[in-house]
Design a protein around this ligand. Structure first.
Ligand code: I3S
Length: 126
């Protein structure tokens, strides 16, 4: 029998391109490597797609899953000191994954910061 996921989990709140660098995995530091990522925010998670949305859809058909970030218990903060780039913030997950997100365009990064912060604040902190 198929399990139908709750509607709220399917609702995309925001999506678009940002620069992304994963800098830690499970608390273990990683070498910073910026790349463009298609970011999809829904109420409980963020998904990072490596390619364009169109590419992502065909990748998904091939059974490839995007990198998914559980926002429950996550933190978001501006991270000026973590990069020479402007407009960088960091998301740290409860599992110790750390991501930097960046855009040169001020209003774009501000919109993302507030959208993700609101999503985190609405969730139980665990
Ligand atoms: O924090 P870092 O180590 O200065 O970050 C830079 C490096 O990740 C660099 O790559 P290499 O480790 O291969 O040299 C990147 O090209 C830079 O973009 C990183 O610095 P910024 O300031 O752009 O985050």
């Amino acid at each position: 029998k198929d399990v139908i996921p709750p509607l709220e989990q399917l609702m995309v709140e925001k999506e678009g391109y940002l620069q992304k660098a994963k800098i830690a995995d499970g608390g273990k530091k990683l070498r910073k490597n910026w790349s463009t990522s298609w970011i999809v925010l829904s109420s409980r998670k963020i998904e990072f797609y490596k390619e364009s949305k169109q590419q992502a859809v065909s990748n998904m058909k091939a059974g490839n899953k995007p990198e998914s970030v559980d926002l429950c218990g996550a933190h978001i903060e501006w991270a000026k000191e973590k990069s020479s780039r402007k407009n960088v913030f960091q998301i740290t997950t409860a599992s110790g994954n750390e991501f930097l997100l960046q855009s040169d365009i001020d209003f774009i990064i501000l919109d993302w910061f507030h959208a993700i912060k609101n999503a985190i604040d609405r969730l139980p902190s665990r």
